[in-house]
Design a protein around this ligand. Structure first.
Ligand code: DC
Length: 228
């Protein structure tokens, strides 16, 4: 466990549409922990690249610019924030354009090195501990996390959830885009989407969000009790 008995670091990884964000925020709020959405950081740096005319298909150009934008994440689970050079980026990072380009940007090793360092410093500074959600948190960013969860769900369930979040979205197009992005995130060389050997896998296909939250809260509490 982390330095005090109550402090706990939880890594929640998995592909898109498995309920990572909703689960992570709710677990953090319930347990009084900070919360970090690492996907939002990759989206934020992608948004900056697009806004600054960088060709996101050119890894060298992306690498050269990797250190330029200042990315700041607010870690209150009730109101997570993200700014780029002081500007609120929470809306623009959810556009279709950013979603379709984020895998290319996040595959560049210089981008990953920069964002990983940021993530580690945020986690180290969280007073009571933190829930960090992403793709490579348990494997690469925080390999010593107290608890690692890997959420999965069928592609159908994930697409249905994502389409439900986006008004007027077409289910089969959503499924196709999601499967394509997961394949890119899983096959890249630099810290791909992967389950850590010591992660607990939770298949959320047939579970309600409330059931997933309860399951993770129970696992955290078990860890805390075992560490006392
Ligand atoms: O969780 P999300 O859909 O907002 O993540 C957006 C993208 O960011 C995802 O397709 C891959 C990338 N990502 C990553 O490479 N590593 C992480 N730890 C989190 C996200």
């Amino acid at each position: 466990m982390s330095d005090t008995v109550e402090s706990v670091i939880v890594a929640i990884d998995g592909p898109s549409g498995t309920g990572k964000s909703s689960t992570s925020k709710a677990v953090a709020a319930k347990l009084g922990l900070s919360y970090l959405d690492t996907g939002a950081q990759y989206r934020a740096i992608t948004w900056w690249m697009i806004a600054n005319g960088i060709d996101v298909q050119d890894p060298e150009a992306v690498a050269d610019a990797a250190g330029k934008p200042a990315i700041v994440s607010g870690t209150d689970p009730a109101q997570p924030t993200i700014t780029v050079d002081g500007e609120d980026a929470s809306g623009p990072i959810r556009t279709q354009e950013v979603t379709s380009k984020v895998s290319a940007v996040s595959a560049v090793p210089e981008i990953r090195a920069r964002i990983t360092e940021l993530q580690r410093s945020i986690a180290a500074a969280a007073p009571q501990g933190i829930v960090v959600e992403g793709r490579d948190i348990g494997t690469t960013v925080l390999p010593d996390a107290d608890l690692k969860i890997f959420l999965t769900a069928s592609a159908e369930a994930r697409a249905a959830r994502r389409a439900g979040e986006t008004k007027g979205a077409d289910l089969s197009a959503t499924r196709e885009a999601l499967v394509k992005r997961d394949a890119a995130d899983s096959s890249r060389k630099a810290s791909p989407l992967a389950k850590a050997d010591d992660a607990v896998e939770v298949d959320t296909t047939d579970l309600t969000l409330q059931q997933v939250i309860e399951c993770v809260v129970t696992l955290v509490e078990e860890k805390r009790t075992a560490a006392r």
